[in-house]
Each structure stands twice: as C-alpha cells, then as structure tokens.
Design a protein around this ligand. Structure first.
Ligand code: HEM
Ligand code: HEM
Length: 178
C-alpha cells in the first residue's frame, strides 16, 4: 500500500511539473531563458543537453518495454541464434527484474528533458506539446503499472498499461521525427 501511495504521489508530482511549463509558456513568451535568445537558430548547450537526456529517456523506456515482446519471440530467436541463447535469456530476465526502476527512471529523464527544452527554447511549439502529451501518457501508465506491482495477473491493468504505453511510444516517434 505504501508503495502504491508513493507511486501515486510521484505521478501527481510529475504531472504538476510537466503542466507548469504549459501555464508559464502563455505569459513568458518574450523572456530570454538561460541566456539563450529564442530567435537564435543555433542549438544552445542547454538544448544539446536536453536532446541527450531525451535520448536517455528513450533508451531507458526501451529497456523497460522491449523485453516483453522479445520474451514472446525468445524460442524462435534462440533457435536462430543458439550461441546467444543464455546471454539473451539472462539479459531479458535482468531487464524484467528491473522493469519498474527502468520505467520510473525513464519518466524522470523525460521530465528533466522537457523542462530543459522548454527553458532553452523559451516557448512551447507543436513539438513541445507532443512531448507533453507523450510524457503525460507515460505518467498515466504508472497507474495500471502500480496495480500490476500488487498483482501481475490483473488482466485489464496489463492491457491498459500496454495500450497507454504503445500510444505514448507512437507520440514520441512523431515528437522526435517532426
Ligand atoms: C517506460 C515505461 C514503461 C514501459 C515501456 C513499460 C512496458 C511494459 C510492458 C510492455 C509490460 C508487459 C505487459 C504485458 O505482459 O501485457 C509491462 C508490465 C509491467 N509494468 Fe511496465 N512499463 C513501463 C513503466 C512501468 C512503471 C513506471 C511501472 C510501475 C509503476 C510499471 C509496472 C509494471 C508491472 C508491475 C508489470 C508486470 C510485470 C511482469 O509481468 O513482469 N511499468 N510494462
Ligand atoms: C515533457 C514534455 C516534453 C517537451 C516540452 C519536449 C520538448 C522537446 C523539444 C522542443 C524538442 C526539439 C529539439 C530540437 O528540435 O532540437 C525535443 C526533442 C526530443 N525529445 Fe522531447 N519533449 C518532451 C517530452 C519528451 C519525451 C516524453 C521523450 C521520450 C521519451 C522525448 C524525447 C525527445 C528526443 C529523443 C528528442 C530528439 C532529440 C534530437 O533531435 O536529437 N521528449 N523535445
């Protein structure tokens, strides 16, 4: 129960820290942030740092999510690559064991990335909005995720967790390539 409350509290905190830039964006359009002129076309070091943290978030999210579809194809995969069988299996086992930690770390990195990008650019454009939608979906997915921590057999929570994260993943894809 304590874990559930903690996770719910964390979700609210993340939702608030993600929403605050939206509210500030309307009022502070003309302000220069972190010494970076928003009309400047060159990437500031802050944007580069934000980009790197964004990729870090993608990396952690893939680490959390990919083992599950991979687990399904494991027998076929290890048949084709028998020499890697034990290595692939132990990697998948390790990633699933650390799933919650990886997922929460990804979300923390997303929030830091979003903040840095917003502060560096000094505005929220379509890319930023897509990022906020994606980030919010990741946060929402922690709710069924918290139910799964208590009981991994709750089917609707599994479906909700996965469906929310698939939509979040697709939104990130558009966010990154747009
Ligand atoms: C980047 C974030 C995340 C991704 C991509 C992700 C993805 C997934 C996927 C694909 C599954 C398998 C669902 C199924 O078998 O149908 C799963 C299960 C699960 N997720 Fe997440 N998840 C993430 C974050 C989280 C977080 C933050 C929590 C905790 C609040 C969480 C808790 C769980 C639990 C407890 C399970 C069941 C564990 C198991 O069967 O081994 N996930 N997740
Ligand atoms: C929380 C709200 C978010 C905001 C405000 C935001 C903002 C931005 C902005 C403005 C860019 C464009 C940078 C550029 O054109 O150089 C960007 C790029 C990026 N974002 Fe986000 N983002 C958010 C959420 C996310 C999430 C949830 C992820 C992934 C899980 C993510 C991953 C990335 C990546 C990988 C890039 C591309 C970096 C590159 O071009 O190398 N962002 N973000």
């Amino acid at each position: 129960m304590k874990k559930l409350i903690l996770l719910f509290g964390l979700s609210i905190l993340i939702a608030i820290t993600t929403a605050v830039p939206i509210i500030l964006a309307d009022d502070c359009d003309e302000i220069e942030y972190m010494g970076h002129d928003r009309h400047d076309e060159e990437e500031s070091p802050y944007e580069e740092l934000g980009d790197t943290i964004g990729w870090g978030a993608v990396f952690f999210a893939l680490g959390a999510g990919l083992p599950y579809p991979f687990r399904r194809f494991l027998p076929k995969l290890t048949k084709k690559l028998p020499m890697f069988k034990s290595r692939i299996s132990s990697l998948i086992r390790l990633l699933t064991k650390k799933h919650v930690l990886l997922g929460l770390s990804a979300i923390v990195l997303m929030v830091i990335h979003g903040w840095i990008m917003y502060l560096a650019e000094g505005k929220l454009d379509d890319e930023g909005w897509l990022g906020i939608i994606a980030g919010s979906l990741f946060v929402i997915a922690t709710i069924p995720g918290s139910i799964l921590i208590k009981n991994i057999r709750v089917k609707f929570a599994r479906k909700l967790h996965t469906a929310t994260l698939i939509i979040a993943g697709l939104t990130v894809l558009i966010h990154v390539v747009a």
